[in-house]
Design a protein around this ligand. Structure first.
Ligand code: C5P
Length: 266
């Protein structure tokens, strides 16, 4: 069984407050994009994981193995081919975990609902069970699917810096009020890319202060013709959305010193 695990970006990410359980409440508009990891699953006499990326742990720190164990599925040999950088704000580990839950459930006819086990693995994992364009609140697990925004050309700038999500939450200095799902629905119906002022990411201020090079990349994306540019999640990826693939491809030529990957919304 060969499956793809798609990355995500956040069109908007408002942190709305700190909770008693140590997590934060947030409001975000998630979006899956074409960049993806690939996983294979084969029945085996023991559970194992191999990965083509030497810096990714293949022990129980890896969400793929944690997902397989949480499901109590029969043993499988799993291979993971990484394209999504870890610590990049693109949800790669969470997407790999969700793909594992969905695939093993289908392979072995496991019918238990996956939402709870997904949330136990990480706040972003429930979104990857749904995918597309989705409004989310709570820790990110209270999901409302939205009309899917497909085929929007993107340019992903992936600087070498890696950001720990837990550290990024610790660096937040202020919270934003939520806009509500109706507001996002109206922006999507209108033209999301013309609502740049409402599409904020509360992590940008603290992360850009710590890593000013990231702010510069966002500015350069706008100068290169992006209709919208922002940091994804808690960073470090900076993403730009373009009106046409020609504009995106022309912009890509202008980013020599940083890994620049073309993608699109799916
Ligand atoms: O849920 P996940 O394990 O991905 O979160 C990593 C860390 O990010 C958490 O331990 C917590 O410190 C922080 N976090 C948070 N509020 C959220 C999601 C994550 O404070 N909604």
């Amino acid at each position: 069984m060969l499956v793809r695990a798609y990355a995500k970006i956040n069109w908007s990410l408002r942190i709305t407050g700190k909770r008693a359980d140590g997590y934060h409440d947030l409001e975000t508009l998630f979006q899956t994009i074409s960049l993806h990891d690939s996983l294979t699953f084969a029945e085996s006499d023991r559970l194992s994981l191999t990965c083509d990326e030497p810096f990714i742990p293949v022990d129980d720190r890896n969400l793929v193995l944690r997902a397989a164990r949480a499901l109590n599925a029969p043993p499988v040999a799993i291979t993971l081919r990484k394209e999504i950088p870890s610590g990049g704000g693109l949800g790669g580990g969470s997407s790999d975990a969700a793909a594992t839950l969905v695939t093993l459930s289908a392979m072995f006819g496991i019918s238990k609902p996956l939402d709870e086990v997904a949330l136990s693995l990480g706040s972003d994992v429930p979104f990857f069970l749904v995918g597309g364009t989705a409004y989310a609140t709570g820790r990110g697990e209270i999901l409302t699917p939205m009309q899917r925004l497909t085929g929007i050309p993107l340019l992903l700038l992936m600087p070498p810096e890696r950001v720990s999500t837990a550290r990024a939450f610790g660096m937040l200095r202020h919270y934003s009020p939520p806009l509500g799902s109706d507001c996002y629905r109206a922006m999507i119906d209108d033209d999301l890319l013309s609502h740049v002022a409402e599409l904020v990411n509360d992590f940008e201020e603290p992360i850009f202060n710590a890593l000013p090079g990231l702010r510069a990349l966002k500015t350069r994306l706008y100068k290169a013709g992006a209709a919208w540019a922002a940091m994804s999640g808690s960073g470090s990826t900076i993403v730009g959305a373009f009106r046409t693939t020609a504009k995106r491809d022309a912009a890509r030529e202008r980013f020599g010193g940083v890994r620049a990957v073309a993608a699109e919304t799916v």
